[in-house]
Ligand binder design. Structure first.
Ligand SMILES: [Zn+2]
Ligand SMILES: [Zn+2]
Length: 170
């Protein structure tokens, strides 16, 4: 499995992180770099998130996830650094979220805090949603169809809003 350090190397970001960490977090630098070498990398499941990170004292629960949807390489790099800043802020300062310590660490390792949303990523989300949509209900009377990502709840009865017939749900 990939780890955060090897992903940083692959994206030419390792040196900038390492230099910043050894420059500013001297007493914690070894611990931080060691954690990045052990921190596993996976794929983000939530559509719409560029990436996310699971922070835990239990090493087996640690994970950094990157979206598998297409995004610009600038966006990918910035997302990776954004998540790494979470890891460092949490390891060194026990800080979660996007508060003071995260912003300090983000600035330290070179996260662009003002990057615009990536249009390429927005397009791939839209495409992904279309692909995932399925026929979830149809009206047997007027033939109106409903296409959604998720099925209608089976615990409820659904009625056609136009002709008040009970819908077939799938
Ligand atoms: Zn974040
Ligand atoms: Zn109908």
């Amino acid at each position: 499995m990939d780890n955060v350090a090897s992903l940083l190397i692959k994206h030419d970001l390792y040196e900038q992180v390492e230099t910043a960490v050894y420059g500013e977090l001297k007493a914690h630098a070894d611990e931080v770099m060691q954690a990045l070498r052990e921190w596993p990398v996976g794929t983000a499941k939530r559509v719409g998130a560029y990436g996310c990170v699971m922070l835990s004292r239990v090493k087996s629960r640690r994970m950094l996830r990157m979206s598998s949807l297409a995004m610009s390489s600038d966006q990918y790099d910035n997302t990776l650094l954004h998540e790494v800043a979470h890891i460092i802020a949490w390891l060194v300062f026990d800080a979660r979220g996007h508060g003071y310590y995260w912003r300090r660490m983000a600035a330290l390792i070179g996260v662009d805090l003002y990057m615009e949303h990536d249009p390429k990523f927005m397009e791939s989300i839209a495409a992904h949603r279309v692909k995932k949509t399925k026929l979830v209900a149809l009206c047997p009377s007027c033939d109106k169809k409903w296409h959604r990502m998720r099925s209608f709840s089976k615990r409820k009865t659904w009625w056609c809003p136009s002709c008040k017939t009970r819908l077939h749900t799938f």
